[in-house]
Design a protein around this ligand. Structure first.
Ligand code: 5AD
Ligand code: SF4
Length: 498
């Protein structure tokens, strides 16, 4: 998955990847390019509507109020949007400060150790500062992974709930309200994806939409199959219906999400292929851009490239995590492809009539990774010429097969490899972005700087564009921008009147 993390956060070396906010899978959304900055933390800023009261007033705490903070990938961000929608519909009110909340919820990420540690340090802050009657709840991957052990480590936590049980959240909170001391919702064996009609979306132009939950790939280093369960796809008609509703509400860009989005398998009789679904979403009246993340190389085929080529509304960007350039390490990671097989997929993208930008995720220091293996990753960067990469030091995770593998790489060596990798990728990105100088590209305007006439947004290829325009009302509009400058992480441009 990749980091959520929107445009306000420069992700993936300037490329927003759903795989965003950092990954509870490959579809993470990251705030940076490296291990050190992989964790996005956010909470919703739009003021929620007033609602009824579900939780009694205590100690001056607002009644029926919740504070929700999100760690991790775009899947988590979007789950939080759904959680907020469910609670708002039940009359809760969302607040921006923990001391105003009757319920404090953390939607957590456990993809790497550092992410999980951050959650426990945040929980630790409440040991002394929490107010009596305040419910503190842990949601998401750490909840699913640690389960009731969280109560032992942080006895002041009263709710532990994994993503498959979010629909039950109001009932779980009601049980606490009725005197329950501690409640868990940790089922994984659900056939359903977490669908709700009342998702409270945070970005006014780009709407995230989960089309497949969970992961069946079982990479040997990854917790996602344990924390999010097996793959479950949502029926194509239901996806398209939600896209139509989003278009009616003014969204022009949708991003289809899934840890392995292109493994989508329509459970309905229609049996729509992923590439057909992409095209159908792009055809919905009012939708101008369709993004998708994260793609798994095994299920990435020619039909997806052809869909991008023939349907202009499908964005020219593919996030295709490789993890490593050495076939030996890929085998140990159980990635299901060799270096050459991955490069065949890249050849499809390089051969496209559209200039499709390619981004990836990389792990250095997997157990047994030799200097030679690492050099193969570096040479893969030369061969592919990625437009962005999230790179991480291998982090041993509970329950994963790689935990028991020999030949751990020392931390300093992991850091050395990461620094070399990032420096090389930075220079590749600089060169790739500089090559765009002089071109004119379409930008969805998503932000306005305090500086006069200064705007920002994303290109179809998901590059961050900072540009000047004398116009006043550009937010949410698509404009033509001439590229006048470039850095490894973003482009600089001028609004042109085409
Ligand atoms: N250690 C380091 N990186 C990991 N990722 C997943 N699990 C681990 C781990 N145990 C990375 C992969 C994945 C991204 C979302 O997070 O690169 O694609
Ligand atoms: Fe991605 Fe592999 Fe983890 Fe699945 S198991 S989310 S494919 S890294």
């Amino acid at each position: 998955m990749g980091n959520g993390f929107d445009f306000s956060v420069e992700r993936l070396a300037g490329l927003g990847v759903p795989g965003g906010k950092a990954p509870a899978s490959e579809s993470g959304r990251y705030t940076g390019q490296s291990d050190e900055a992989d964790l996005n933390v956010g909470h919703y800023k739009r003021s929620p509507q007033d609602g009824g009261i579900n939780v009694p007033l205590q100690n001056g705490i607002g009644a029926g109020t919740f504070y929700l903070e999100t760690f991790g990938c775009q899947m988590n961000e979007h789950d939080s949007e759904k959680v907020a929608g469910v609670l708002l519909a039940r009359g809760y009110k969302q607040v921006e400060r923990t001391d105003e909340a009757s319920v404090i919820l953390y939607n957590t990420c456990s993809i790497r150790e550092k992410a999980a540690q951050k959650v426990f340090s945040r929980l630790g802050e409440y040991r002394t500062t929490r107010k009596e009657g305040q419910v503190i709840g842990v949601l998401g991957c750490v909840a699913q992974q640690e389960g009731e052990d969280i109560f032992e480590r942080a006895p002041w936590v009263r709710l532990v709930c994994g993503s498959a049980s979010y629909r039950k959240l109001p009932e779980l909170l009601a049980q606490l309200e009725a005197g329950g001391k501690r409640i868990t919702g940790l089922d994984l064996d659900t056939d359903e994806t977490f669908e709700t009609e009342i998702t409270r979306r945070d970005n006014p132009w780009r709407a995230y939409l989960t089309i497949i939950e969970g992961c069946d790939k079982a990479c040997s280093y990854c917790v996602v199959p344990y924390t999010r369960g097996p793959e479950r796809s949502r029926a194509s008609a239901s996806v398209l219906e939600e896209v139509r509703q989003l278009a009616d509400r003014g969204y022009t860009e949708v991003q289809l999400l899934g840890q392995t989005v292109n493994s989508y398998a329509d459970p309905s009789a229609r049996r729509m292929r992923f590439s057909e679904l992409l095209a159908a979403v792009a055809e919905v009246a009012g939708i101008r851009r369709v993004r998708f993340t994260t793609s798994h190389p095994r299920d990435f085929g020619k039909d997806i490239v052809e869909a991008i080529e023939t349907v202009p509304g499908i964005c020219e960007h593919v996030h295709l995590p490789v993890q490593c350039g050495s076939t030996n390490v890929l085998r140990a990671m159980a990635r299901t492809y060799t270096r050459d097989e991955y490069l065949e997929k890249i050849a499809l993208l390089h051969g496209s009539k559209r200039a499709i930008s390619i981004t990836t995720d990389l792990i250095v220091g997997f157990p047994g990774e030799t200097e030679r293996d690492f050099r193969e990753t570096l040479s893969l960067l030369d061969a592919v010429q990625y437009d962005g990469a999230f790179s991480f030091k291998y982090s041993p995770r509970p329950n994963t097969p790689s935990l028991k593998m020999d030949d751990a790489i020392p931390e300093e060596e992991k850091s050395r490899r990461l620094a070399i990798l990032m420096e090389k990728q930075r220079e590749i990105q600089r060169a790739r972005n500089e090559r765009l100088i002089g071109e004119t590209v379409e930008v969805l305007v998503e932000g306005k700087s305090k500086r006069e006439n200064q705007w920002s947004g994303h290109t179809s290829s998901n590059k961050v564009m900072n540009f000047t325009s004398p116009e006043q009302k550009l937010l949410g509009h698509y404009v033509q921008v001439r590229v006048t400058g470039a850095s490894p992480n973003s482009l600089i441009g001028e609004h042109t009147k085409a």
